[in-house]
Design a protein around this ligand. Structure first.
Ligand code: NAD
Length: 392
């Protein structure tokens, strides 16, 4: 099969197996070129392990510290006629690379929100690892089925309190235009918290603890995005921000509930990057394109793997991670500092359809977007006939 990108709106509906493997390899090589992550635990569970920040976490734990990794993801297997999802190919490539270095890797594919998946993970830990000493919670999902009631909750990406009009870039039609976003109602806010808040993170820790597979002194983190004024109306102070605030509540609750085991639970704020999750958020493609321009011009651009390597090697597993006033680890301080934000704001105020290509690094944004699906990568022959099938 010759595989070319099929882009529909903010998503690419297919993926390239060789390109995804090359993208994984690039991240592995980055990590291997850095000093070892000395304090990283040895048995790491990553929930949301197949793409974006979760995949980078898995790669850093395995190739930066030689950790055993157990991953959970929700990906589509390929068939003879249809490619799998990028996360499927990433996971297959990760397994192959881990195997070639004698590293334990196991991945369970299915709904992380379900009781059944938690039990499958517990069985795998008991069989292969005994206990886990780190749990990375990196899920991004538009919906969640409550494991007890069976009710399906959907998240929304809307402002809270009042309607909001702003600029956005339509990646489908390639135009900068005004968009009016209607304020969420109470149900929409509550449903978004149900999907992307801390409840499922707590259920994971509870299940692991009750099964006796959570090690003493284990570390756990859930990822958040906080941002600044430019993104607050649609992220930080919006429905998704409300859900992310709930992670702070959950972290405090976890620290208290498992204080006898000396568990350390942190919310980690990461910088904005192009992932499947962020490209679905209105305004983010425009914000990220302008932010890329500024951060690249200021020599401080970072992608997922650089952020996670820094998090693992400097903060998360250190005895005294630096925390902000809300007890979060902040890896986003370069993006959110006043100087960088002021520079982005200047571009934001100026940008329109005529000057977009000049002011914004959309080329960089789009390149990163294609890469998520294994496209646009140097030295991959996209005219070659490749099998879409892959296993792990
Ligand atoms: P992503 O879309 O790349 O990854 C999501 C992962 O969750 C994938 O591995 C997917 O398979 C898995 N997943 C989704 N639903 C699942 C389910 N029901 N069961 C099992 N697995 C499921 O997203 P990302 O951008 O890497 O986001 C990960 C976390 O990082 C999120 O909490 C997000 O808010 C946070 N974050 C993202 C950014 C950003 O700019 N992308 C910035 C800061 C924080």
């Amino acid at each position: 099969m010759i595989i070319k990108p099929k882009i529909r709106g903010f998503i690419c509906t297919n993926a390239h197996p060789v390109g995804c493997a090359a993208h994984v390899q690039e991240q592995i090589e980055f990590v291997k070129a850095q000093p070892r992550v000395s304090a990283c635990p040895k048995n790491v569970l990553i929930i949301g392990s197949s793409t974006g920040y979760g995949l980078a976490s898995r790669i850093t734990a395995a190739f930066g510290a030689g950790a055993n990794t157990l991953g959970v993801c929700f990906e589509k297997e390929p068939t003879e006629r249809r490619t799998g999802t990028a996360g499927w190919y990433n996971t297959a490539a990760f397994h192959e690379a881990a195997k070639s270095e004698g590293l334990y890797a196991n991945t369970l594919n299915g709904d992380a929100f379900s009781h059944d998946m938690k039990q499958q993970v517990i069985a795998a830990i008991k069989a292969d690892l005994g206990q886990v000493d780190a749990v990375i919670y990196s899920l991004a999902s538009p919906r969640r089925t409550d494991p007890d009631s069976g009710e399906v909750y959907s998240s929304t990406l809307k402002p809270v309190g009042k309607n909001y009009s702003t600029k956005t870039y339509d990646t489908d039609k390639n135009v900068v235009h005004e968009v009016s976003l209607e304020a969420a109602n109470e149900d929409e806010i509550a449903n978004t918290i149900k999907v992307m808040g801390g409840e499922d993170w707590e259920l994971w820790l509870k299940a692991l603890h009750e099964a006796g597979v959570l090690a003493e002194n284990a570390t756990t983190t859930a990822y958040t995005y906080i941002g600044k004024e430019l993104t607050w109306p649609i992220y930080g102070h919006a429905t998704i921000g409300k859900a992310k605030e709930d992670l702070d509540r959950a972290a405090a609750q976890l620290n208290e509930a498992y204080s006898n085991l000396n568990i350390n639970a942190y919310v980690t704020s990461l910088k904005a990057v192009v992932t499947q999750a962020s490209s679905a958020i209105p305004v983010m493609p425009l914000y990220i394109s302008l932010m890329y321009q500024v951060m690249k011009n200021n020599d401080c651009h970072e992608g997922v793997i650089e952020q996670i390597y820094k998090l693992f090697s400097q903060q998360l597993f250190s005895d005294n991670p630096q925390l902000d006033n809300d007890k979060r680890i902040r890896m986003d301080s370069v993006e959110t500092n006043d100087d960088i934000q002021a520079k982005i704001k200047v571009l934001w105020d100026k940008v329109n359809n005529d000057n977009f290509d000049e002011l914004a690094d959309y080329h960089g944004y789009h390149h990163d977007f294609l890469k998520l699906f294994g496209f646009g990568i140097k030295n991959v022959d996209y005219d070659a006939d490749v099998s879409p099938l892959a296993k792990w």
